[in-house]
Design a protein. Sequence first.
Length: 398
Amino acid sequence: MQIKLKGSKSITNRALVLSYLAKTRLLNIGECEDTYFMQQGLSQLKKAKPGRIFLGNAGTAVRFLTSLASTENKQVTITGSKRMHERPIKQLTDALTKLGAKLEPSPTGCPPINIQPSTLKGGTVEILGNISSQYITSLLLVSPIMEKGLTIRIKGELTSKPYVEMTLNLLKKFGIKTTTTKTFSTIKVKPGQKLKAPKSGALFIEGDASSASYLGAYAALTPDHPVTIRNIPKNSIQGDLEFTKHLHKMGCKISHKENTIKIQGPETLKTLGTVDMNATPDLVMTFAVLAALTPGTTRLTNIANLKIKECDRLKALENELKKLGVTTKTGKDYIEIKGGHPLKKFARIKTYNDHRIAMAFGVLKKTVRPHLQIQKPSVVRKSYPEFWSDLNKLNRNK
């Protein structure tokens, strides 16, 4: 059975900002709650008096638009949902202030952010690398319009490095040259460069690799029914394509030709062992749940930043896996799962308004544990609105 994925959420929201600055046609735009908020926010920002821009719990939209709004010389307030008001942004606002912006977050260092008329002159800033790569991307996306250019010095280990590389790749497509040190401790964008649309005048957005990981997990649990995923090129710019390597290690057969990935699960899943997932934190939920069905212990490490996502994902995974009778342990930056024991047949899975918790456990519901109850299943709209219908298609073709 083939599933054709819509455009990557992460690429879409970056491309939307770049297209706002350099008019470009975008093809295969990701259609989900996060990209909707981004498009609505950009539309509102174009107004002479944007006022208050509400962006729900769309982290990329809040962070990217905070930088973009700081270049518009307008009075703007960037705000979002209750959970967004708990997600830190002070690292970004401090950097923007140093670059010339006039803004202030709430006293907690989280949204809402009040932005006064200002422009970004550019210069050099330091940012901690272990909190959120989105701060770095946010600055890079608007760096070409900074008079002095931009130098970012990254302190410590860079979390989610592939997402920064994605941003640099897209800047290159829009004509911007960047330089980085080998260790990614410094990123530079020289002044005087101009954003321009790709030569074709359009940018095709590849399918969402993070969403594809759930289809891969489905295939892993239904060995007699391979799944084919379309729209993800072999030379994808998405770090989350790493999910295919993890599935291969677990015993799946993987074939990736041009824009198509075919996945067939094994009769018995193998354990992943210990895996550093700092570069691909959005895959943690997928493989934490699969780990419950593999023999032995799986340890997913270097993922401290999961605590500041849509929910505290480490705690959420621990809570919900325990409902299924799975022994788990979490620490500051890891989760350990002891799998291979029979799962309870029924449990009410709380989703914490988190799309990735819903989808990771949703795969179980649509395969080996049909009696699971997923609370608030509609939260998948945040990144993959077709999730349930696509899994239903796969089930009908068993």
